[in-house]
Design a protein around this ligand. Structure first.
Ligand code: ADP
Ligand code: TZP
Ligand code: MG
Length: 267
């Protein structure tokens, strides 16, 4: 199990190496994902035209595929093929698969065709990828429906790491499982927190060879959400203020805050 100091060293590698993260993502949170990658010290490139994605991937260090870009399946396949050929880690965010059979089928086909590094979804989305029918409405889980064992089953099925996010993020490679309980309920009042986490995973996997450490540190830096929520409440402000403060807090996160605030345990 990586120590907190080892996880922080992974985080610092991102700003030192500045990985280029190619994101094929949804139009709802694309700007948030680009900004959170910049805040972490990475370089985002949001590109999805089928005639450019292979060239873009060639120069990138990771690929983040967000199923909110469901209308870009041709581009997703081309980029994934090039990422595999280049040895770039692929992160998949199965947004909305619990409420759209098109997304669920497409995501399962993607995971069966390509070996991805990590799947990051909320509990309902992770569960839906294992079941035959979607359950929760919309793109946000209405409760913690997937336990660590469901995430582990998905990880074993596809030979990848899975982050099943929520009040406690389950991080597992199908053999070992960790719980990261950082974050704040206010994060559910802002669209994009999951998409941003998936984008950060792209940056972490680009610089870190340990899949579990790369996933765990991204779940743990969500402690920025706790700090931003506290600041939002004390300023008597709302979710729009929280979202901006989250990015600022992540940008200025330091080792002392991380070592004192990260909540990460095995099992
Ligand atoms: N109820 C909660 N309490 C604390 N933190 C939460 C809660 N729900 C989500 N989070 C935080 O928000 C992050 C995004 O997770 P989630 O909301 O599950 O993704 P999505 O936006 O894809 O549904 C989690 O990693 C966690 O840090
Ligand atoms: C609302 C919505 N609809 C399609 S994609 C999207 C963004 C979801 O973002 P997140 O899963 O990070 O809350
Ligand atoms: Mg999501």
């Amino acid at each position: 199990m990586a120590t907190l100091a080892e996880l922080w060293a992974v985080w610092e590698k991102i700003s030192r190496r500045r990985p280029l993260v190619h994101c094929i993502t949804n139009p709802v949170t694309v700007n948030d994902c680009a900004n959170v990658l910049l805040a972490a010290g990475a370089r985002p490139f949001m590109a999805a035209h089928p005639d450019e994605v292979e060239e873009v991937q060639l120069h990138a260090d990771a690929l983040v595929i967000n199923l909110g870009a469901i209308s870009q399946l041709d581009s997703i396949g081309k980029a994934a093929r090039r990422a595999v050929a280049c040895g770039h880690p692929i992160i998949v965010d199965p947004v909305g698969v619990s409420a759209s059979s098109l997304r669920r089928r497409s995501c399962i086909e993607l995971l069966e065709e390509f070996h991805v590094a990590c799947v990051r979804g909320n509990g309902a989305e992770i569960r839906a990828l294992l079941s035959d029918t979607g359950t929760a409405a919309g793109v946000d889980a209405d409760e913690e429906t997937a336990a660590a064992e469901v995430a582990s089953a998905l990880a074993r099925r596809h030979g990848c790491t899975v982050v099943s996010s929520g009040a406690v993020d389950a991080v597992t490679d199908g053999r070992r499982a960790f719980g990261v309980s950082n974050g704040d309920a206010m994060m559910t009042r802002v669209t994009g927190m999951g998409c941003m986490l998936s984008s950060l995973l792209g940056a972490a996997y680009a610089v870190e060879s340990s899949p579990l450490a790369a996933a765990a540190v991204c779940a743990a830096v969500e402690l920025s959400g706790e700090l931003a929520a506290a600041g939002t409440r004390s300023a008597r402000r709302g979710p729009a203020h929280f979202r901006d403060l989250f990015v600022d807090t992540l940008y200025s996160l330091d080792e002392a805050q991380f070592m004192g605030g990260a909540k990460y345990s095995e099992g």
